[in-house]
Design a protein around this ligand. Structure first.
Ligand code: HEM
Length: 97
């Protein structure tokens, strides 16, 4: 039975200067050091829920991987992106376990 999980990952202000300062900006690398992520904005409007969102994400991802150790994307080479430049996200992310 397919389970649909709706999620959006947003990133604001992907400016050229910021991209140039990040080696391989299009590659997901969760081990990068000395990073200044833009995911939660910055300055006076920095996300008020950032710490809550980080804790929730840590719990969700850890629980998911613990309960579904064989979880794998069905077609990781062909993601179905939403056709908008406002908030980047996927239409769906089919996976099996
Ligand atoms: C992964 C989850 C989240 C992401 C990626 C995210 C991202 C962002 C970003 C980029 C901004 C800045 C918007 C701007 O510059 O105009 C923002 C602002 C804000 N976020 Fe989040 N957010 C998340 C979760 C949450 C949660 C869980 C809460 C509350 C419980 C929250 C509350 C707020 C509020 C109140 C602001 C406005 C802050 C201000 O304008 O002073 N966010 N968020």
């Amino acid at each position: 039975m397919p389970i649909r999980i709706r999620s959006t990952i947003g990133c604001s202000a992907p400016r050229t200067g910021i991209r140039r300062s990040i080696p391989e900006p299009d590659r997901l690398d969760i081990t990068r050091a000395n990073i200044r992520p833009l995911s939660f904005g910055g300055g006076i409007h920095f996300c008020l829920g950032a710490q809550l969102a980080r804790i929730e994400a840590e719990i969700v991802i850890a629980t998911l991987l613990r309960r579904l150790p064989n979880l794998a994307l069905d077609d990781p080479e062909h993601p179905d992106w939403r056709q908008t430049f406002v908030l980047r996200g996927l239409m769906e992310l089919p996976a099996s376990w």
